[in-house]
Design a protein. Sequence first.
Length: 254
Amino acid sequence: MSFAPNFPVMLRTEDGVRIDAAHTPPARRHADPELGIVVAHGFTGSWRERTARRIVHVLSGYGGVIAFDFRGHGRSGGETTVGDLEILDVEAAVRHARVVGYSRIALVGFSMGAAVAVRHAGLRGGVDAVVAVSGPARWYYRGTRPMRQVHWAIEQPFGRWAARVAKRTRIARGQWDPIPMPPHEAAGLIAPTPLLIVHGDADAFFPLEHAHQLYAGAREPKELWIEPGYGHAEAAASPELIHRIGKWLSSPPS
């Protein structure tokens, strides 16, 4: 499969971190030329991975897409803070989308990227729609084996080394200080911007309680899609689901 062409660009955050990104212009005649979609990947992910590029390809049928690597991931600089300072990375991508010429900006985040998208929309604002896919509602969740493994990678020296070598992910050492606002609280600050929460009932990382807690914390306009058989984040997202998200972005509720 060949993907829609993209134009790599290096962004810089407010705190001086270089962010590796790419702009994919609208790929179809009926795509909205005013809509810029910022795609935020999950922990250890990258916009350069095939799964992420497939998602960008589908979304480019609905608008232009800015995809990027969070700090500490891939070719971006710095170290990941796993959901805290990453809102500055999203802000850099949003700013670039406006510079390119998009007048409406939507955020689509997966897993950690979903948490960051929700926090950015709640704390920074300035966007027109938010989609949180497979996102956590709260921090420090260890109720599933995959999340216990994630915490091991974050907290243990050998785990951070393994993430750097195997996933090109550089993780900051030390504890959050202060602890950032959790996504379910930030969700309450997003309105009147529309929020769509998408979660699979086969998610091995975050059970459905996270989606329900996010939804309960948010105010209208909001929607919750529980997807039967859908696993976790980008790797499990079907083209059909991404098309449905793209259509929602084209005419979100108000």
